[in-house]
Design a protein around this ligand. Structure first.
Ligand code: PBG
Length: 338
């Protein structure tokens, strides 16, 4: 016969607060809500167009009319904001990326259309040249093929101003040039756009998790096996992320981002702890793709894993999460609160 020992008792039994659903809910430290979600969308030229993205099952590129139509559900779900990524036809790509600041560009038109239809839906635009360059780099090249920092910053300023003119609420430089936040902030102020916020992709790593995104916006072919390591951060660095964030805040960033997401939760946690400013994370295309691959094979339980993956960002300190699961997660959260 097994006789349970009566003493010494564990002084603390952590299982007591795990015993009931109501009690687990009461003591839960971090929660995911629809208010945390930003939905990144790929926008096509033309009308009545929708295209699947092979490496991102369930994600579609949409023309502006279909995007506006689809956004009705996202707004109804309470998703606070969209992040727009234009898919530029190759005829509009060039060495100087001039299409990036055209008032009739896809991002500019999509911004106007969405703001007209849903004034209360936040619109975040991507400030970077890679969708517009023939070589797929995020900047303008000098004669040696190096991405020229200050010339690129001048182009980014024009792009950001054109987004603000179109009605963007938040411009989000994802290019990783030095000094672009200060230059963009100064230009926005001078042009009367003092209420437009800047979300800086401050700690953006030279990651191999961006592959499916480059397929989605059609820059992968242009990049031809090239990489972005001389401007995006080295995955081996974490103190440097704090340095980047400190500079961007000093230059006027309102919010900062860490990207990719799940493989860089340590960086996210360090940034939030150090600066206590609005800190966003991007669960990037490769993270979406690997989840979807496992879901399609029946290897992971879709709904539960989506929510767990996003809750991890909250636990690490994220205020907002850019995720291709935003709509799925919003639906799941709504269903679970009913
Ligand atoms: C480029 C940009 C990238 C992403 C957002 N903006 C890719 C890159 O740096 O090559 C990636 C997003 C994702 O993978 O979901 N300015």
């Amino acid at each position: 016969m097994i006789v349970a020992s009566r003493a010494p008792y564990p002084a603390t039994r952590l299982r007591r607060t795990r015993a009931h659903s109501w009690l687990r809910r009461l003591v839960r430290e971090h929660q995911l809500s629809v208010n945390d979600l930003i939905y990144p969308v790929f926008v096509l030229d033309g009308a009545q167009r929708r295209e699947a993205v092979a490496s991102m099952p369930g994600v579609e590129r949409l023309s502006i009319d279909l995007l506006v139509e689809a956004a009705a559900e996202w707004v109804a779900l309470g998703i606070p904001a969209l992040a727009l990524f234009p898919v530029t036809p190759s005829a509009h790509k060039s060495l100087d990326a001039a299409a990036a600041w055209s008032p009739d560009g896809i991002a500019q038109r999509a911004t106007r259309a969405l703001k007209a239809a849903y004034p209360e839906l936040g619109i975040i635009t991507d400030v970077a040249l890679d969708p517009f360059t023939t070589h797929g780099q995020d900047g303008i090249l000098d004669d040696s093929g190096y991405v020229a920092n200050d010339i690129t910053v001048a182009a980014l300023v024009r792009q950001a101003l054109s987004h603000a003119e179109a009605g963007a609420d938040i411009v989000a430089p994802s290019d990783m040039m030095d000094g672009r936040i200060g230059a963009i902030r100064a230009a926005l102020e001078a042009a009367g756009h003092e209420r437009v916020s800047i979300l800086s992709y401050a700690a953006k790593y030279a990651s191999s998790y961006y592959g499916p995104f480059r397929d989605a916006v059609g820059s992968a072919g242009n990049l031809k096996g090239g990489n972005k390591k001389n401007y995006q951060m080295d995955p081996g660095n974490s103190a440097e992320a704090l340095h980047e964030v400190a500079l961007d805040l000093a230059e006027g960033a309102d919010m900062v981002m860490v990207k990719p997401g799940m493989p860089y939760l340590d960086v996210l946690q360090a940034v939030k702890a150090e600066f206590q400013v609005p800190t966003f994370a991007y669960q990037v295309s490769g993270e979406y793709a690997m989840h979807m691959a496992a879901f399609e094979r029946g290897w992971l339980a879709r709904d539960a894993v989506i929510l767990e993956s996003l809750l991890a960002f909250k636990r690490a300190g994220a205020d907002g999460i850019l995720t291709y699961f935003a709509v799925d997660a919003a639906r799941l959260l709504q269903a679970s609160s009913n």
